[in-house]
Ligand binder design. Structure first.
Ligand SMILES: [Zn+2]
Ligand SMILES: [Zn+2]
Ligand SMILES: [Zn+2]
Length: 294
């Protein structure tokens, strides 16, 4: 199984628009892995996570071809993870897709479904059953949206996906466990969130014991000492999450742990500085374009 991090920053990017804080000044000067665009990831070259404002830049700069993408998971509807207009660019008149290219299916919460399906069609929201079958986003049937229930496995192409209710600042934020069915490997994409407060998540972990081969954790606050903050995490909270997942038996010594989704407002946030801190704890630090096979 493989994950490629396309964008690894919080909403502002690093260096941030209009900012000359020490992290932004350092990152502008040193470039390379210190430069971070807004969040997006690609699993096994086929399953996209999030559709933020830097999607086109990721396609261009990393040599990717998103016409081949048939499925996209959306974590939550903050603008740095979800830009509806990017999906609208897939319809005839904007994109010119040959007939052999199938529709794009987008998966996420009911909140996402309402934002994607309602604004572009004049019909009222369909029933729950119809929601499960996918709502039409573009008039030419080039994009469909599917609302998925939390903690209920759903088949998305070659992957099985379980949505976990995240602890974040939108109505229905999701984190995802994504399992490659053929390889029987799984990853947990925990963006954006702090430790899960919905008890159903912990019950699910205890009952189902999903084995996790890779865990990507929100690290918006970098090396700050803020162990009780909500909606995002710092590195101390990443380590606490790791310890709890190991204690539950979901992870073992082979599990890859990664800190990802950084903000210039976090402490020691520049890659060159933060990665040395994380390395001491055996945690990888994401950077734009990083691929991890596991
Ligand atoms: Zn974010
Ligand atoms: Zn800054
Ligand atoms: Zn967010």
């Amino acid at each position: 199984m493989k994950i490629q991090f396309l964008g690894t920053a919080a909403a502002e990017g690093i260096p941030a628009l209009f900012c000359n804080c020490p992290t932004c000044v350092y990152s502008r000067e040193h470039g390379g892995r210190n430069i971070r665009t807004r969040s997006q990831a690609l699993i096994d070259d086929v399953l996209l996570i999030d559709m933020g404002p830097d999607t086109l830049f990721h396609e261009l700069s990393l040599g990717l071809d998103f016409t081949r993408i048939e499925n996209c998971l959306i974590t939550h509807v903050h603008f740095d993870h979800f830009q509806l207009e990017n999906f609208q660019m897939r319809q005839r008149g904007y994109a010119n897709l040959t007939p052999d290219v199938p529709a794009l299916h987008v998966w996420g919460s009911h909140e996402l479904y309402e934002k994607m399906v309602r604004p572009t069609t004049d019909v009222p929201l369909p029933s729950g059953k119809e929601i499960g079958e996918g709502g039409r986003v573009n008039r030419d049937d080039s994009v469909f949206c599917h609302a998925i229930e939390p903690l209920t496995p759903v088949r998305v192409g070659d992957h099985e996906v379980v949505a976990l209710p995240a602890c974040h600042g939108t109505r229905e934020p999701y984190n995802y466990i994504v399992r490659n069915v053929k390889e029987n490997k799984a990853l947990l994409y925990a963006h954006d969130t702090s430790a899960w407060e919905d008890e159903r998540v912990w019950q699910y972990f205890e009952q189902e014991k999903p084995h996790l081969d890779l865990v990507s954790m929100d690290c918006t606050s970098g090396n700050a000492n803020a162990p009780h903050q909500r909606h995002h995490m710092c590195f101390v909270q990443n380590l606490a999450m790791r310890d709890r997942l190991i204690a539950l038996g979901l992870c073992d010594e082979k599990t890859v742990f990664i800190s990802n989704h950084f903000s210039h407002n976090g402490d020691d946030a520049a890659y060159d500085i933060f990665s040395k801190i994380a390395e001491k704890e055996g945690v990888l630090t994401s950077y734009d374009g990083m691929s991890v096979a596991f």
